[in-house]
Each structure stands twice: as structure tokens, then as C-alpha cells.
Design a protein around this ligand. Structure first.
Ligand SMILES: Cc1cc2nc3c(=O)[nH]c(=O)nc-3n(C[C@H](O)[C@H](O)[C@H](O)COP(=O)(O)OP(=O)(O)OC[C@H]3O[C@@H](n4cnc5c(N)ncnc54)[C@H](O)[C@@H]3O)c2cc1C
Length: 347
């Protein structure tokens, strides 16, 4: 049975009993004034917005309202990055993936562009995520980073992103980066166990066959919108009418789509929900590989992010070597497909 977790973050255990560790202990304990990868910097929890019964978006502001360092604007252009969050009682830390700033926030009212926003799922029995979910507003949360997880090649043109659960956060980072680059195009295939994570999310592509059998062809690939409800399959209509409200992340994905339409060749998002019996299939990936292969030149990348079992199913296990987690051989479903030059990256 695949592990049900999002891949677990590096655990930083603190045992600072000896003088050899004195300097490190001091660094750990002494709060830093500007966000950096070495020391923890205090932020204030200014908002916790519920996404579902298990996940929320945490908004954190620098405790002295300082602007984000240059390193943050740099990493937003480069690809996928994370920050570590400290659990001070246990002296452990976990990695989380900042969401792009909300498109409507430009330092005016409400959220600030320098605020850090994290989508955090509360893992059952999870030390840090449970601690964070229990914190009241205005609590201090210490952050360290940024840490680049994956740098996009300069010439990237096409991305297919397979996201499971909170694996949507890195997908949104990539969408934000690609949305600024002319001639790029991205498809996000987002799978969730429960609909509550993506309420109101209707994919850009409506399968022309049965909702559960989407291998029979696709319409609307890359924003060729316009299918009326009468043309939609019954299952899709049922969803449409029962979802008058849009979830927090769905709204943000739609904003990213609008944003990317202005500068790039567009962002397509497709939603899959276990409890609705819609699952990402190899044919969904193959369709997009073919559609995007028509574009000549530039790097083409498939990114896979989510729970360990999700990554393993699609691309095979990551492996540990020399104390570092590395990509490992390509396996899983993608390992058996003809990828025609597309590179796969496991996050
Ligand atoms: C680069 C990166 C980015 C990430 N980004 C995000 C993000 O944006 N959002 C997000 O929600 N998560 C993200 N994660 C995952 C996150 O770092 C944590 O791993 C996650 O929040 C769980 O941490 P925890 O301390 O709450 O749980 P842990 O205490 O690590 O426990 C995790 C689970 O394992 C179980 N468990 C613990 N110990 C044992 C044991 N001995 N035996 C059996 N089961 C056990 C617990 O019950 C729990 O269900 C990211 C991870 C990485 C590496």
C-alpha cells in the first residue's frame, strides 16, 4: 500500500548539548531580522483561511513588516522553492511551498505582496502541521529559506504538471513563473481524494465520452472553451450545478489562468477527484504530450508532485544516495510511455 503522506520534509533534530554545536544552537535560537536560508526569522500569522476540513492557507507577515529580500523575487522566477517552518517546542522543522502572491494584491489594502502564504494540510498525528493548525492568529512562526527545489531550464517552453493534493502549491509556483514568459504553455492535472479541496473546479477540457472514460477524445484543449452545458456529459453538469461556490485554491488557479493568458500561451487546469471517481489516466498525459509536441523548440518537462505514493505511481521512487534524496530511475506509468524527449522531474 502506498504511503498516504505528502513526501516528508527533512527533519531537523536539535541536540545541542556539546560546545561543538554551540554555534549552531545559537543560530537556531537567535531570531534573524531578514528571511534567509541559514537562520530562522520571525513572522506573524495574520490570517488562516480554511480551504477544506484538513487544509488551510496560512498568511504570514514579517514581524517587523520588512520587505522580502531580493532572494525571494529571484526564486519566484526560477521554479519551485520552499521554506522551512520551525516547531519551537520540539525543535524540528518541515518544508512548505509558498503560494504565489494573490494577483489582486499589490501592496494596497489587505494582504501585502511580501506576505508569505502557505497551503498546509494537517496530517493526522503530524507534529508540525498539527502544531501550526492549532496556532491562533497573531502567533509568531519562524521561517528559514528560500530553498530551491527545482530550477526550470531557461529555455522551458512546455510543462505538464501532475499534482496530488498539496502538490498543487509547487504547480502554482511554476504557473506563476511560466505565466511571465512569452511562448510557454502549461497543463496542470490536479488529483484530490475529496471534492472539498477543489470545490467549484471545472476543468478546461471536457471529455467527449463518459466522465469516467476520458480516453475517447478531448475538447477544449488549451482554452478552446465554449462547450455549453448542453454539450457536457451528465456527470460534469451535476458537478457544475452543485458547485455554485469556488474553493480558495480553485479561485487562485483561475486567476493564474487569466494572468498567464496575457503573457504566455496559456495555462490549462484539469481536476480529478477520487470520490467522484475521476482519476488521471495515462491517456490524459498522452493527449497533452501530443498536443504540445506540435510546438517546436525549447525544453519540455513533466513535473510530478504530491504524496510519496502518487510520485511513485507516476514516475517511480526517488532514492537516497550519499545522504541526499535524488531523482532515481524513471519508473511508474510515465516510465512505460513514449515521452518523445520530455524530461520528467519528481518533486
Ligand atoms: C520540499 C517540500 C515541500 C513541501 N511543501 C508542502 C506544502 O506546501 N504543504 C504541505 O502541507 N506539506 C508540504 N510538505 C510536507 C511537509 O514538509 C510535512 O512533511 C508535512 O506537513 C507533515 O509534517 P508533520 O510534522 O505534520 O508530520 P510528521 O510528524 O512528519 O508525520 C507525518 C505523518 O507520519 C505519521 N508518522 C509519524 N511518525 C510515524 C511513525 N514512527 N510511524 C508511522 N507513522 C508515523 C504521522 O502520524 C503523520 O501522519 C513539503 C515537503 C517537502 C519536502
Amino acid at each position: 500500500m502506498p504511503p498516504r503522506l505528502f513526501r516528508r520534509g527533512p527533519v531537523v533534530a536539535l541536540i545541542f548539548g556539546t560546545s561543538a554545536f554551540g554555534g549552531a544552537a545559537y543560530r537556531w535560537l537567535k531570531p534573524s531580522s531578514s528571511l534567509n536560508p541559514h537562520d530562522f526569522t520571525p513572522y506573524t500569522l495574520i490570517d488562516k483561511q480554511r480551504v477544506s476540513s484538513t487544509s488551510s492557507v496560512f498568511t504570514l507577515r514579517h514581524s517587523e513588516d520588512a520587505a522580502s529580500p531580493e532572494s525571494i523575487s529571484e526564486v519566484w522566477k526560477r521554479g519551485v522553492w520552499s521554506l522551512q517552518v520551525k516547531q519551537p517546542q520540539l525543535q524540528i522543522a518541515r518544508a512548505y511551498t509558498p503560494l504565489p502572491p494573490k494577483p489582486e494584491t499589490h501592496g494596497e489594502d489587505g494582504d501585502d505582496v511580501d506576505d508569505i502564504r502557505l497551503l498546509i494540510r494537517q496530517e493526522q498525528g503530524g507534529e508540525v502541521s498539527t502544531y501550526l493548525h492549532r496556532l491562533p492568529d497573531l502567533s509568531t512562526i519562524e521561517l528559514r529559506g528560500p530553498h530551491v527545489e527545482c530550477e526550470l531550464p531557461q529555455d522551458v517552453k512546455e510543462v505538464i504538471f501532475l499534482a496530488g493534493g498539496t502538490g498543487i502549491a509547487p504547480a502554482m509556483q511554476v504557473a506563476q513563473a511560466l505565466g511571465q514568459a512569452a511562448g510557454t504553455r502549461m497543463s496542470v492535472l490536479w488529483a484530490n481524494r475529496r471534492r472539498e479541496e477543489c470545490v467549484g473546479g471545472v476543468g478546461d477540457v471536457v471529455p467527449t465520452g463518459d466522465v469516467q472514460n476520458n480516453s475517447r477524445g478531448w475538447k477544449n484543449l488549451f482554452g478552446l472553451m465554449g462547450q455549453s452545458p448542453a454539450q457536457m456529459p451528465a456527470g460534469a453538469i451535476a458537478h457544475e450545478t452543485s458547485r455554485s461556490e469556488k474553493g480558495v485554491i480553485v479561485q487562485e488557479l483561475e486567476a493564474l489562468k487569466t494572468q498567464s493568458k496575457a503573457r504566455s500561451n496559456g495555462l490549462e487546469v484539469q481536476y480529478y477527484v477520487d470520490e467522484d471517481k475521476t482519476f488521471i489516466k495515462a491517456s490524459d498525459v498522452a493527449t497533452r504530450l501530443q498536443a504540445q509536441n506540435k510546438n517546436e523548440g525549447g525544453s519540455k518537462i513533466i513535473l510530478v508532485s504530491g504524496p510519496e505514493g502518487f510520485i511513485e505511481y507516476w514516475a517511480g521512487k526517488k532514492v537516497w544516495t550519499g545522504g541526499r534524496e535524488v531523482q532515481g530511475p524513471l519508473g511508474g506509468v510515465l516510465g512505460q510511455m513514449d515521452l518523445n524527449g520530455w524530461r520528467v522531474i519528481k518533486l
